[in-house]
Design a protein around this ligand. Structure first.
Ligand SMILES: N[C@@H](CCC[C@H](N)C(=O)O)C(=O)O
Length: 294
C-alpha cells in the first residue's frame, strides 16, 4: 500500500535531489533505490538527479545518504551536503552554524552563512582527496600509486585522464573547451560499466582558465549529465593541481553549468574546502510504497 511522505526538493547549482527528513518523520520505505528511481522520473515522479535522506547519526550531528537516479548509492555528494546543511539549520535540527554530517565516506564539517536568517552559502570541509589507484578505484597498475595523465584509447583516439576520489570516484579529462568536450561519448561509455573503473566513475571535463578559475562539466555515475557536481568540482581542482595546471592553496572558482563553486585544496591540512549556494525549490508529499508494501 502506498504511503504519503513529506519531501523537500532542493538544488545546489541545479544539481537537484528529493530530500526526505528521517529525523522528523519515520521513513519506513522498503527500497530507497526504488524510491530514488521513482521520484527522479520527471513524468511518473517529481524529477530529480536522485534521492537524499537526512537521518539521525550516532557519530555526527546528522547523517546523509545519497542515491543516484538509477538507484545506486554513492558515498558522497558535495551539492547534497550543502543542501542538507541548509535544511537542518533552517529546520532547527542543529543548534549552531557549524556542525558535522555523517556520510559513507566519513564525517564532514559544514558551516553555514546567513542572509536575512536564511542559509545563503555553505562551506563544507570535504576532507583529504584519495589519490591511490586501488582506493579510487581504477583497475590494473600499482594500487598504491597515483593515476595522473593516464592514457586511455577509445575507438583509435588516445585520451588522458587523472583519477581522484573525494569519497566517490572521478576521472578528469582536460579539454580546451568544455562546451565541445566528448561528454556523451565518454560519459555514457565510462561511467557505469567500464571495466577500468570497477565501481563506476563520475566523468568530468575541466578547462583551467587561470590559477583561480576553471570551467568544468560532468557526466555523473548513476545519473548522467547534471548541472553541477560538488565532489567533481573538488576532484577537478585536485587533478589540475596534480597535473601542475594550477597552483595549490588558493581558492579556485569553478564554473559549472548551473553556477559557481569556490574550491580550495589547502597545503597545511591537505583538506579540500568547498563553498557555494544551496536552494530550496519546493515542498510536497510523495506517495511511495510503505513498509507494508511490495
Ligand atoms: N552530484 C554529486 C555526486 C552524486 C554522486 C555521484 N553521482 C556518484 O555516484 O558518485 C555531488 O555534488 O558531488
Amino acid at each position: 500500500m502506498k504511503q504519503a511522505y513529506p519531501f523537500t526538493k532542493m538544488h545546489g547549482l541545479g544539481n537537484c535531489y528529493i530530500y526526505l527528513d528521517g529525523i522528523t518523520n519515520d521513513l519506513e520505505i522498503p527500497s530507497y533505490a526504488e524510491l530514488s528511481r521513482q521520484v527522479s522520473d520527471p513524468y511518473k515522479g517529481i524529477g530529480s538527479d536522485g534521492l537524499i535522506l537526512i537521518l539521525p547519526s550516532d557519530q555526527a550531528d546528522v547523517r546523509m545518504r545519497i542515491f543516484n537516479k538509477d538507484g545506486s548509492e554513492a558515498k558522497n555528494c558535495g551539492n547534497g551536503l550543502r543542501c542538507v546543511a541548509k535544511y537542518v539549520y533552517e529546520h532547527q535540527l542543529v543548534d549552531s552554524r557549524s556542525f558535522t554530517i555523517e556520510t559513507l565516506s566519513g564525517n564532514k564539517n559544514a558551516e553555514v552563512r546567513l542572509n536575512d536568517g536564511l542559509v545563503d552559502r555553505v562551506t563544507v570541509d570535504m576532507g583529504e582527496p584519495i589519490l591511490e589507484r586501488g582506493r579510487i578505484p581504477v583497475a590494473g597498475g600499482n594500487p598504491d600509486q597515483t593515476v595522473i595523465r593516464e592514457p586511455l584509447e577509445i575507438d583509435g583516439v588516445t585520451y588522458t585522464f587523472t583519477a581522484v576520489s573525494m569519497g566517490n570516484p572521478h576521472a578528469l579529462f582536460f579539454v580546451d573547451d568544455v562546451a565541445t568536450a566528448p561528454i556523451h561519448k565518454l560519459g555514457s561509455l565510462l561511467a557505469d560499466t567500464y571495466p577500468l573503473f570497477p565501481n563506476g566513475v563520475n566523468v568530468g571535463f575541466i578547462h583551467p582558465l587561470s590559477d583561480h578559475e576553471a570551467d568544468y562539466r560532468v557526466w555523473e555515475r548513476g545519473s548522467g549529465i547534471t548541472q553541477a557536481c560538488g565532489t567533481g568540482a573538488c576532484a577537478s581542482v585536485v587533478a589540475a593541481i596534480l597535473e601542475s595546471r594550477i597552483k595549490k592553496d588558493c581558492p579556485v572558482t569553478v564554473h559549472l553549468a548551473g553556477g559557481d563553486l569556490s574550491i580550495e585544496w589547502q597545503v597545511t591540512t591537505n583538506h579540500v574546502l568547498m563553498t557555494g549556494g544551496a536552494e530550496t525549490i519546493c515542498e510536497g508529499i510523495v506517495y511511495a510504497e510503505g513498509a507494508g508494501g511490495k
